[in-house]
Design a protein around this ligand. Structure first.
Ligand SMILES: [Zn+2]
Length: 531
């Protein structure tokens, strides 16, 4: 009862903030989620007929709301992919020590990632490189002073306390990490997730290993060219991997938690890998639409809102359910695009700059649809002034706190704070930088092209019941079939979130000058020289 009372008060604020229109109970937003996350959509796998159907649905909604087509073929931007799927019956991993070979159990112990195109057969020595990060501007280098040539680097996820979360996120991206590894002569990688910061239990990471992975087919867009193997190792089974080194994962995790430097050392073993891969080609769809601006000059500039249309499709059954509906991940964000588009029409909103809505594909394959769009935008790339991304924002309780990723990197943070204070929503920065959220969704594709960007999520006070709800959601429903339509969702809170996003976009679209990276932000380096 108390929760319902709080919700009503919250919704009242939205109505006041949006000019006294009637209270939005979130049912329109939910109707879009219902369509996109229904079982008929089969989990919206990139390249599937169901994903195409979802893309056509989004395009039809945009058209109904009077938005202009902004794809390459109407509202659709086709994107071509190469597919890779590990053929596990013809793949193997083994550790060799003192001439003794021990087979590594693929699944329970470690998995071979097909996101990196693996060499058919390889064998190499191992070296533990701490977090495996190289951040020149912080004079930090986990690879220095070690014999890494021709070896496989073993690292634990995360980063040192001496480096900002944004930098750790950036240098943890597969592209940056591989660039550093390759320059140190490293030929492959074994990542061990820090067990204290895992979003998914190992069983679900392992269950995803037979998923088809994808790479953009367009030339020059594969970030891990030359990497011979990428493995993720179960942290609970790291003991044997580290045997004979005098170190344990417990000790390494404890050092990380205590913000102490991690040890780096040789591992007296060789890894032997055989990897067979099935290959194919698919085409999938980005969907793009424009709400034209009203200012004769500024309307050629675009404030972008993104959300990903794809999810992970049909997979290993959990509790008898094989359909990974992806209701929160990210039908919820796509529904927000549609909900805001609908509001623009209904309220005849006028903004000086144009608004560009892009529902991207291939996010779950490594931000590939947004990467393609940012590299091949359907408007002039220098005219994209901002990206606001909504991915799995988790409206599971009322909207009191909003986590804004990238808050202190650009002037967009000030815009978010201004809307927050009007709507009485507390704005907070990334509370857990070690999860690398800032580089794990589509805003990152725009950031790499110099576009100031934010991602927004519901926030919670540390140790609060809401924080526990979020944590439970991640461990129970994230990338599981239970992220479906049968879960408790706070719809009025989602509507309030959408109001926030819309007001933020309006503010940025109407501002006299375009958003800018802060001079001290690491990401300002990607700003094009022309600006
Ligand atoms: Zn996801």
């Amino acid at each position: 009862m108390a929760a319902a009372f709080v919700l009503a008060a919250g919704a009242g604020l939205v109505a006041a903030a949006s000019g006294g229109q009637s209270r939005d109970d979130g049912s329109r937003w939910w109707s879009y989620v219902q369509y996109l996350a229904s079982d008929q959509m089969q989990g919206r796998q990139t390249g599937s007929p169901e994903h195409r159907k979802a893309a056509e649905y989004v395009a039809a909604q945009f058209e109904r709301d009077g938005l202009k087509p902004a794809g390459d073929q109407g509202y659709i931007q086709p994107v071509k992919f190469k597919t890779l799927q590990l053929d596990e019956s013809h793949s193997s991993l083994a550790l060799v020590r003192n001439g003794e070979t021990r087979k590594v159990a693929i699944g329970p112990e470690a998995i071979i990632s097909a996101r990196v195109d693996p060499a058919p057969k390889m064998s190499a020595g191992l070296v533990f490189v701490g977090y495996g990060l190289r951040a020149p501007e912080s004079h930090y280098d986990d690879l220095s002073g070690l014999d890494t040539k021709g070896k496989i680097a073993v690292y634990m996820s995360g980063g040192p306390a001496s480096i900002s979360g944004a930098l750790i996120s950036h240098y943890s991206s597969s592209a940056e990490r591989w660039m550093a590894f390759r320059s140190a002569g490293i030929i492959g990688a074994i990542g061990i997730p820090n067990p204290k910061h895992m979003d998914l239990p190992w069983s679900r990471i392992a269950a995803s290993r037979t998923q088809v992975t994808m790479q953009l087919a367009a030339p020059g867009m594969n970030d891990t060219e030359g990497e011979q193997i990428a493995i993720t190792w179960n942290p609970e089974k790291a003991e044997d991997l580290l045997r004979g080194t005098g170190h344990t994962l417990d000790e390494i995790v404890a050092a990380s938690e205590a913000k102490k430097p991690l040890p780096r050392f040789e591992i007296p073993a060789t890894l032997e890998a055989t990897a067979a891969v099935k290959r194919g080609d698919v085409e999938s769809q980005n969907v793009a639409a424009i709400w034209p601006g009203s200012d004769p000059e500024l309307k050629s500039q675009y404030v972008v809102m993104t959300a990903h249309l794809d999810h992970v499709g049909v997979g290993a059954p959990i509790d008898g359910d094989r359909i990974y509906n992806g209701a929160m991940d990210d039908a919820s964000g796509t529904a927000s695009l549609l909900d805001i588009a609908d509001h623009l029409r209904a309220a005849a909103v006028k903004t000086r700059r144009s608004l560009l809505f892009v529902a991207v594909t291939g996010e779950e394959k490594g931000l590939l649809g947004s990467k393609y769009f940012a590299a091949h935008p359907t408007v002039r790339d220098q005219d994209i002034v901002a990206d606001i991304n909504c991915d799995m924002f988790l409206p599971l309780f009322s909207l009191r706190i909003l986590t804004v990723y990238g808050l202190d990197e650009s002037t967009l943070g000030g815009d978010a704070r201004a809307i927050g204070s009007k709507m009485r929503i507390r704005i907070q920065p990334d509370p857990e930088p070690s999860r690398n959220v800032f580089i794990r969704s589509d805003q990152y594709s725009f950031i790499l092209h110099g576009v100031p960007s934010l991602m927004l999520d519901f926030g919670a006070e540390k140790g609060s019941p809401q924080a526990a709800i979020q944590k439970r959601w991640l461990s129970e429903r994230y990338h599981a079939p239970s992220d479906d339509l049968n879960q408790p969702v706070d719809k009025p809170a989602a509507a309030e979130f959408n109001t926030f996003v819309m007001k933020l976009m309006e503010r940025v679209a109407d501002a006299p000058s375009r958003p800018e990276w802060k001079r001290e932000s690491f990401f300002s380096r990607y700003r094009p020289a022309a600006q």
